[in-house]
Design a protein around this ligand. Structure first.
Ligand code: SF4
Length: 294
């Protein structure tokens, strides 16, 4: 991780209330993300502290080193209602630093010890390291995992998610989680209009998710706003300059036009028809990339 500045922080509180979302509580063990996905909606959280959400999003990463202890204190309170906690709504909880710091693992252990259900979203196969904790949390309170895979095309994945493990490695993680009895889904997210939204591209992800044993698949269409918009247009300039005008027209605001997101919905559902899983969850289009269960 050359070129990455790691800043250890002690947090006063770690579980955040999240109004207006499908879950009430969230935990983000890190701020910033080494994965540097070009479409990442969470980049704006760096700008809250007047930091650069473009380059620094992936090169200045804050680690909440005391998060496991703080979560343990928070969920052990008599007033805690043991409601679902989403982990990784604004960072990847299994980005490479987790290999060294084990903050996410400590948080899961705290949730397990105080019988609090969790939902995790990640793009990283590192999650399989914690299958033992996930199994014990599943037994006492329940846990759901979503592994994000936007495309099965490895070259395209490297373009849009520069430091994330290749899609097939992520699928291996899905398979291992499924075989361990963990409730695992694939997040086909975000779908990028004109880049990852062809019928055959979507079908490839759905079929691979089914074959790996995912119980569900959910998707959403790219949102562009704030610094994410700046970063995504920088990506287009570098890799797909011929699409700049098309995206400027599509994304006059934060969301793609309804006709585009509905077309994508229909294609994903058609793909699902050819590869049915237990059921399919459609996530409303305006929910940011990582916020499904999460
Ligand atoms: S989309 Fe997720 S994995 Fe990618 S940079 Fe953002 S937080 Fe990290």
């Amino acid at each position: 991780m050359r070129g990455v500045e790691v800043i250890e922080q002690t947090a006063k509180s770690v579980i955040n209330a999240v109004p207006g979302m499908p879950f009430k509580w969230s935990i983000n063990p890190y701020r910033g993300c080494y994965h540097q996905c070009r479409f990442c909606y969470a980049r704006r959280t760096h700008t809250f502290l007047e930091e650069d959400g473009m380059r620094q999003w992936g090169t200045r990463i804050y680690v909440k080193v005391n998060a496991p202890a703080v979560v343990r204190a928070e969920v052990s309170k008599r007033s805690w209602k043991h409601e679902d906690v989403a982990i990784g709504t604004a960072t990847d909880p299994y980005q490479p630093l987790e290999g060294r710091y084990r903050v996410t693992r400590g948080i899961l252990e705290a949730l397990r010890d105080y019988r609090t259900p969790g939902a995790i979203i990640t793009r990283s196969p590192l999650i399989v390291r914690d299958i033992d904790v996930l199994q014990s949390l599943a037994r006492v309170a329940g846990v759901r995992v979503s592994v994000s895979i936007a495309t099965m095309d490895e070259a395209l994945a490297r373009e849009i998610e520069p430091t994330v493990a290749p899609p097939r490695q992520r699928l291996r993680a899905v398979r291992m989680l499924a075989e361990a009895g963990i409730d695992v889904s694939v997040a086909l997210a975000p779908v990028l209009p004109g880049i990852t939204d062809a019928q055959e591209q979507l079908e490839a992800v759905v079929a691979a998710a089914r074959d790996a044993g995912a119980r569900r698949i959910w998707h959403n269409t790219l949102n562009l706003h704030d610094v994410t918009r700046d970063e995504f247009f920088r990506y287009l300039k570098e890799h797909r300059p011929e699409m700049i005008a098309q995206y400027a027209d599509l994304y006059r605001g934060k969301y793609a036009p309804r006709a585009i997101s509905e077309t994508i919905d229909a294609r994903v559902h058609a793909a699902y028809q050819t590869a049915p899983m237990r059921h399919i969850d459609r996530i409303v289009a305006n929910v940011p990339t990582q916020l499904s269960l999460i």
